[in-house]
Design a protein around this ligand. Structure first.
Ligand code: UN1
Length: 496
């Protein structure tokens, strides 16, 4: 008997009003893991109602008390880390070491945002008139709609809901239809931590459910992480309704390796950034931009590394790389092998579905002879596929890095401090790494990308609060007379 997970609406666990469900599969075995509500616009409306009812109570709860609940979320997540990580591996495939890391990011974010309960810093500044005071405060906005992906099913939602909640907003969350079970386990943590009913609501479903959330007139903010195609549809729809939107979409991240690089360090970083999480991170390395001199040694080592990686069920010991998330992902990644061949790209290793009986496994793949502008060099593949582009100089490497439509993360391996600082200055991505792979961003710094990766907003760190707060500027005039700044400043100052 397959377990059924439920929506969490107004503090109770409920089925979809229609009773409809969808199945969530284990991508390593293709077995059905759970069923979950296929929520309609009615279910979304009920969740928005519950959130609306909870808003005033939550907004008026002092922020330090809201923070204490987030600290309890952190502690419960720590207690349940192993169980949630195992469930996550079963539901979306990445290996257990990585799913533990995913939960850890949410623990870190819960402590960080819990602490914001005693900060949420605004500021004061001097004002133009005598006996007058000015300050700027962060204010809550109301009902926030979250649409989140399957590849970081706890970490990415935590980057959105924790800042939204500490700022006094209420949340309706529509996670990916690939990960309803782990989403329900995460929502349960908030329930058990004592979050008041209706403050966080979970509705599972696919595109139509997300569409109902984005379209609902009472949802003032949409925060989306996922594919570029869906993200731009969300943006267009929400903009038409005058909503504030935060978007986190694709990446086409590169590691630059200069001739003077520490070779062993570069080999390890490239391997894990390109093939870790089966290449299914928006921060994954999908391009290696390598200087001529070091290329032969680096490429030989990478071929050996790629061949040595063990594919399998992410819960099994010794497995390095799990499956792709589903059949559609497998078809997409396989399709890029033909695109590469048609462009004359050489497949050095991999290039096909792995020969295992079940599961959506694809071999770690290296493309050589890739030229700038080719499709495999420009488009996000979201699989264990690395394109190698040869360059002559630092300037050329930076140029190649910057000429894709995405701008999430980039990295350079060099032992030359001048080259490193030039790269920091000239790489046009939201995240830059020196002598480190392109993955592994920490929650206390802004996360997000330039160009087509997003819409200029950032998640995490202090910047992460901007998505979920409005500034309220407050003036207090204690002069006891009419003072009009910008009209009679000179007159009043002349008098006093
Ligand atoms: C993502 O792939 O959507 O920097 C997020 C990293 C992780 C988060 C990735 N901390 O790779």
């Amino acid at each position: 008997m397959v377990e059924a997970v439920h929506n969490f609406v107004g503090g109770t666990w409920v089925a979809a009003k229609s009773g409809a469900v969808f199945e969530s599969l284990n991508p390593a075995t293709e077995a059905v893991l759970v069923t979950a509500p296929d929520s309609s616009a009615d279910d979304v409306a009920a969740a928005v109602d519950a959130a609306r009812q909870a808003y005033n109570g939550w907004r008026l709860t002092p922020a330090p008390r809201r923070g204490e609940i987030l600290f309890r979320v952190a502690e419960l997540l720590r207690d349940r880390k192993e169980a949630i990580a195992r469930l996550m591996t079963q539901e979306m495939g990445k290996i257990i070491a990585e799913t533990r890391g995913d939960v850890q990011e949410a623990i870190d974010m819960a402590y960080y945002m819990g602490g914001e309960g005693r900060r949420l810093l605004g500021y004061t500044a001097p004002v133009e008139m005598p006996n007058k005071f000015g300050m700027a405060l962060r204010d809550s906005v109301g009902i926030v709609g979250l649409v989140t992906p399957w590849n970081f099913p706890v970490a990415v939602p935590s980057w959105k809901m924790l800042p939204a909640l500490i700022a006094g907003n209420v949340v309706v969350w529509k996670p990916s239809e690939e990960t309803p079970a782990v989403s329900a386990a995460f929502a349960k943590v908030f329930e058990d931590a004592g979050l008041p009913a209706g403050v966080l609501n979970l509705v599972t479903g696919a595109g139509d459910t997300g569409d109902a959330l984005v379209s609902h007139p009472d949802v003032r903010i949409i925060s989306f992480t996922g594919s570029t195609t869906t993200g731009l549809q969300v943006y267009t729809k929400a903009a038409g309704l005058g909503k504030k939107v935060t978007l986190e979409m694709g990446g086409k991240n590169a590691i630059i390796v200069m001739d003077d690089a520490n070779l062993d360090l570069a080999i390890d970083a490239i391997t894990w950034s390109a093939f870790g999480t089966t290449g299914q991170r928006c921060t994954a390395t999908s391009r290696l931009i390598v200087q001529k001199g070091i290329k032969p040694r680096l490429v030989d080592a990478l071929i050996a590394k790629a061949k040595s990686l063990k594919l399998g069920d992410g819960l099994d010991d010794g497995v390095d790389v799990g499956p792709l998330v589903n059949q559609k992902a497998l078809d997409k990644v396989s399709g890029y092998m033909d695109v590469a061949r048609q462009d004359g790209v050489k497949i050095l290793t991999g290039g096909q579905r792995a020969s295992v009986e079940k599961g959506f496994f694809f071999e770690p793949t290296l493309f050589d002879g890739v030229q700038r502008g080719m499709r495999v060099e420009q488009e996000e593949i979201f699989g264990p596929v690395l394109s190698i582009v040869e360059v002559d100089s630092l300037e050329e490497a930076i140029d190649v890095n910057n000429q894709v439509k995405y701008g999430l993360s980039s990295s350079i391996f060099t032992e030359n401090v001048n080259a490193a600082f030039r790269a920091i200055r000239d790489l046009t991505t939201g995240i830059v790494y020196i002598n480190h792979g392109t993955t592994g961003a920490e929650i206390q710094f802004p996360f997000g990308g330039t160009r087509g990766t997003g819409n200029g907003m950032r998640e995490a760190g202090q910047a992460g609060l901007d998505s979920f707060t409005e500034w309220k500027s407050v003036y207090v005039d204690y002069s006891g007379r009419l003072q009009r700044a910008q009209i009679d400043t000179d007159a009043i100052l002349g008098e006093s």
